[in-house]
Design a protein around this ligand. Structure first.
Ligand code: SF4
Ligand code: SF4
Length: 56
């Protein structure tokens, strides 16, 4: 399992700054999570102003 960021993302970068394994990066249109590295901690959802990340 890994978290996934929906298209509600406004590319603020808050989630990437606090991801403990550094698996969130800025993509072409929004931030994206590397599913192979995500440890399902939920920090990205807690930090997101628009609740874009969700459990995959
Ligand atoms: Fe990073 Fe945790 Fe979000 Fe996975 S759930 S992308 S490890 S902050
Ligand atoms: Fe996108 Fe939310 Fe991450 Fe900001 S915190 S980059 S809005 S997913």
């Amino acid at each position: 399992m890994a978290y996934v960021i929906s298209d509600a993302c406004i590319s603020c970068g808050a989630c990437a700054a606090d991801c403990p394994v550094g698996c969130i990066s800025e993509g072409d249109t929004q931030y994206v999570i590397d599913a192979g590295q995500c440890i399902d901690c939920g920090s990205c959802l807690e930090n997101c102003p628009v609740d874009a990340p969700h459990a995959g």
